[in-house]
Design a protein around this ligand. Sequence first.
Ligand code: GLA
Length: 697
Amino acid sequence: MPIHTLPNYWILETRTTAYAFGLNEAGLLTHCYWGQRLTQPGDYPQPVNPMNWASFSGSAHLTPEEYPAYAGTKFIDPCLKITFPDGVRDVVLRFDSADITENDTLSIHLKDDHYPLKLTLHYRVYEQHDLIERWTSIENTGESPITIERIYSAEWHLPRGDQYRLSHLTGRWLDEMHIRREPLIQGIKILESRRITTSHHHNPWFAIDEGSATEDNGKIWFGTLAWSGNWKIAAEVTDFMSTRVNIGLNDFDFAWVLQPKETFTTPSSFGGFTPNGWGEASHILHNFIRDRVLPRGDTLRKILYNSWEATFFDVGEASQIELAKIAAQMGIELFVMDDGWFHKRDLDNAGLGDWWPDERKFPNGLKPLIDAVNAMGMDFGLWIEPEMVNPDSDLYRAHPDWTIHFPTRTSTQLRSQLILNMGRSDVQDYLIGQIDKLLSENNIRFIKWDMNRNVSEPGWPDAPGDQREIWVRYVYGLYRVWQTLKDKHPDVIWQSCSGGGGRADMGILRLADQIWVSDNTEATARLNIQEGFSQIFPANTMEAWVTDAGRGIVPLEFRFHVSMCGTLGIGGHLLHWNENERQEATQLIAQYKTIRPIVQLGDLYRLRSPQENPVSAVQYVSKDQSESAIFIFRTFISEPAQLPNLYLKGLEPEAIYENVKTHERKSGAGWMYAGIPITLNNLQSIIIHLKRSATNI
Ligand code: GLA
């Protein structure tokens, strides 16, 4: 049983961790423990009783309330803020009851002690995955509407301490997912998106250590949010050594009018703990995402070709077939036509919204191209950007009111496009109809779902409730459209893209199989971006293309090796590649196929970070430890250079592993502890493929 109920006390236990809370003497639901699993129920600390330290410091500063609502002297960052119909903005929650469903889900029901309001804190324990899922629902049991101004999914409390360090991911378009580590000191550190999507700038993920963790050592408390819209993380340190992380929907410009008898449910936050450093924290998330979040986490992703950087908008039947022929010869399995294929789409200033093939470029529809691609043995995929509309489109001319806008303000166009209001059911139905038609009439097996701008003038003039509900209704609308299409077309593989990695989160991964990590395809830059991405997401979700960025400077092999660290794709202009390049690519694609299961489904070890080292390395080990693929990269070090030994991880110390290429054989211990000397020139890279051998040395 992963959930233990004691009198007024609950313990959630996973394989190696535990999380506990209970009612204190004042009846407040109080956090007690989050860390390594302990032996006896009595080992877990008792709830702290309220202490009012001074007239200036309310008890919330000292008592780690499990889910503090704004009330009384709670000067800390609260999880919930409500305005009742009479203008009262103070929520006094009292414990009501608790129940356990399906063995793994605990619900704690709280009630306001005056108003008709019920709040439920939900906890689901993923025992084998060492993770806890938390979300909150709120019900208006009265007769008048109540306005929610803030409702986080969870507050995660850390043990009392004063040395905490926060790791998070930051970046921008073309340069996403850089890992940053900074001390958490008194005050509130906020990470957020106000862009209606997850954003390139920050990711809804945090990891906190005690200041000195490494890839292999140190306690890490980490969490993320399964949500693809505005989100917020507020990590607060009080002056009483209390550190807590609030995570959930962004309350910036947010309101939700909760009608009588209605329930509002937040997105889920997932939290975990490990004493074994950053690497293990990533393993936990990778395994969970592959096993429980992704629709088909255990299947191998196909090697794709994408036309974008080769032909941009200039697509057509003949030119795409020419590219496809070379792609097929090189061993590519999926041919994806990117932007430019639909009605009147010659540049980025027209066509979005009109999702049917351009009659000039595809006079007989997409079928001849798809048939040709299929005849070459490849699947066919297509780019779409459903949430957008160009003012120069039939859709906009028919429905200008379908965009997000304020009628008295000029809607800012970015990339000549406006955003459709996905909160509207007519917009959702239109998109479902259009894309369903496309998928039903054509043998399309892959969709790249793009979203190429952020929001502005976030108005919804004829909204059914408060216009500020748009932030949430948009995302639910997006999820509904995508899920409906997925259900209708279960064989289609989906990629989430938002100008690269602008929509990478656990919410979208319930729908998308893989993520376009960045529009930056230059291999040396990509090393850092991929390292950041790997903190959260497994390699089978990390789509990585070899393009012409850096061609002539960075060797083709190096560019391939970087992309082979994830789900390999090719995006260069194959007609411009010479015979040598094509042959080399063919060999590398064949090699990727031999290591693909290890990379996509194995455990990842970040051996040397590219941020800190011009010699960086990542290693993948198959789950049964029978094979490993190690990628080593040298960017630039001035000569004469001394390179460090490389120490592998994750092998079975006693087993013998053979280097598939050189036939060198050593025990796992030998590969891991004696170190491998590295000889690489600037911009050189190498893959070592090890296989466990049945015979001794
Ligand atoms: C975005 C994507 C690119 C490409 C273009 C097409 O920028 O990230 O990969 O699909 O749109 O317009």
